[in-house]
Design a protein around this ligand. Structure first.
Ligand SMILES: NC(=O)C1=CN([C@@H]2O[C@H](COP(=O)(O)OP(=O)(O)OC[C@H]3O[C@@H](n4cnc5c(N)ncnc54)[C@H](OP(=O)(O)O)[C@@H]3O)[C@@H](O)[C@H]2O)C=CC1
Ligand SMILES: O=C(O)CCC(=O)C(=O)O
Ligand SMILES: [Mg+2]
Length: 463
């Protein structure tokens, strides 16, 4: 497989600060390594008609073990996945795992943080799973996690947040938390377009703003020492995210979709996200939804009482309520009025903050799964919400629950519902047994702390 070409350039451009990108390009163009294990016996998953996956009985599924705690977690999780599939299908179905490299392991073996082979494997085999990867702060490589999402155009970051009976929680009614976050995954300030303070690049950008937009330039308080970042938010990007969220709400008989935004301050990015979201909901799902936009129009024409009556009547018909909330108050209300939130559609950074905050309510980041999905191309990479938690690396200590449940989402996405259900059953049983990892044990009365690997065993025993 060639290491040159479009993907390489994209990866190099998006991952690295200018200072190291030349070095990176040199490395890539001169590397002859094969940062992938031999392809196992299996068959690729393909995209069928109507955006439905064709999943063979022995699909090749690429995985990245991950940095830090990723190693321990992957070892425990893969045994859970194999046991669930074996138990559900009695040997008729089996995943052919293909290890692909990224992060520290890739760099050690190939001098390349994200080899093209890895991206190509996810491209070819469509559905994969990954552990967390480290991103340095304030310099160095750009996020490999974000790069994978961008390179494969995985525009939805899907993060369901639900409570498992018995999991310790800091809130009084964790059972009220049943939310599904649709986080836009390819735009916003996460696009990684920013220039370092005092660099030649930032000076070019500042000169341009000064010349073309002198009024706006005056709003930059300290131009001499300001770093500058761009926040692209488009109508197309909003539409495909909102479409996925509403479709999910309809398919799963949810009650509402809330657009979470900071549109009062960032009017043409976050505010536009809200406006485009309402427009798409009414245009594409008009018969199935009732929007706060409609409520506003009825209120203007006929008064508030009439608008309330209309909303009540439309929701009684089973329509989904499409509403919005400003991001800061949302962070309070998901705690104080959890029942009012169901499916949430939001931009990249808001979704990042919200998913960690919500995870806390249902037992923490150790049990918060996710998937990065392109519903049109079929590409998907499932991954935990948490990071590499480096202080616990190789201690066989942390909760593998987030990756295990990300695998559960992956199996469900593949249509292997029986295996996915067994994982949920195993998780329920393992928690009820009160033999849990440190994060649960420290908050659970009468619990016994067990290792990451032992929690995997416990889960299998309860399937
Ligand atoms: N998608 C990805 O690959 C992501 C990568 N990252 C990267 O990970 C690195 C570390 O990030 P950091 O901000 O420390 O966040 P982490 O999520 O890695 O860890 C923060 C804290 O969360 C708790 N935690 C994390 N994982 C688990 C687990 N499996 N079981 C139980 N508790 C857990 C621990 O809490 P306690 O101390 O209370 O025990 C830990 O100290 C950074 O480089 C960051 O960029 C971050 C997020 C996502
Ligand atoms: O890529 C990273 O290092 C962090 C990403 C992150 O926090 C997330 O996607 O939730
Ligand atoms: Mg995050």
């Amino acid at each position: 497989m060639s290491l040159r070409g479009r993907t390489t350039l994209l990866a190099a451009d998006s991952l690295f600060q200018p200072a190291v990108s030349a070095w990176y390009a040199h490395r890539v163009n001169n590397s002859g390594g094969f940062p992938m294990s031999a392809t196992p016996n299996g068959t690729p998953i393909t995209m069928g008609s109507g955006n439905k996956l064709n999943v063979p009985d022995n699909p090749i599924v690429p995985f990245i073990e991950g940095d830090g705690t990723g190693r321990d977690i992957w070892r425990a999780s893969v045994r859970v996945f194999d046991a669930a599939v074996e138990k559900a299908y009695g040997g008729k179905r089996k995943i052919a795992w293909l290890e692909v490299l990224a992060g520290e392991k890739a760099f050690k073996q190939t001098n390349n943080w994200l080899p093209d082979e890895t991206v190509e494997a996810f491209r070819k085999y469509l559905v994969g799973i990954k552990g967390p990867l480290t991103t340095p702060i304030g310099g160095g490589i750009r996020s490999l996690n974000v790069a994978l999402r961008q390179l494969l155009d995985l525009y939805v970051c899907l993060r369901p947040v639900r409570w498992f009976n018995g999991v310790p929680s800091p809130v009084k009614r964790p059972q009220d938390v049943d939310m599904v976050i649709f986080r836009e995954n390819t735009e916003d300030i996460y696009a990684g377009i920013e220039w370092e303070a005092k660099s030649p690049e930032v000076q070019k950008v500042l000169s341009f703003i000064e010349k073309e937009f002198p009024k706006d330039f005056k709003k930059i308080r300290f131009p001499g020492s300001a770093g500058i970042g761009l926040k692209p938010v488009s109508e197309e990007g909003t539409d495909r995210l909102v479409r996925s969220a509403i479709k999910y709400a309809l398919d799963n008989k949810r009650k509402s979709v809330t657009f979470v935004h900071k549109g009062n301050i960032m009017k043409f990015t976050e505010g536009a996200f809200m406006k485009w979201g309402y427009a798409l909901a009414e245009k594409e799902f008009g018969d199935h939804v009732y929007t706060w936009g409609q409520w506003e129009r009825t209120k203007e024409a006929k008064g508030e009482e009439a608008a309330n009556a209309e909303q009540k009547e439309q929701l009684a018909k089973g329509k989904i309520l499409i509403k919005d909330a400003i991001a800061d108050i949302t962070l309070q209300q998901v705690l104080t009025r959890a029942k009012e939130f169901d499916v949430i559609a939001t931009l990249n950074l808001n979704g990042d903050y919200l998913s960690d905050a919500l995870a806390a309510q249902v037992g923490g980041i150790g049990i918060a799964p996710g998937g990065n999905i392109n519903y049109v191309s079929g590409h998907a990479i499932f991954e935990a919400t948490h990071g590499t938690a480096p202080k616990y690396a190789d201690l066989d200590k942390v909760n593998p629950g987030s990756v295990v449940l990300s695998g559960e989402m992956m199996l469900r996405h593949m249509g292997w519902i029986e295996a996915a259900d067994l994982i949920v059953k195993g998780m329920d049983g393992a928690i009820a047994s009160k033999k849990v990892t440190y994060d649960f044990a420290r908050l659970m009365e009468g619990a016994t702390e067990i290792k990451c690997s032992e929690f995997g065993d416990n889960l299998i025993a309860h399937m």
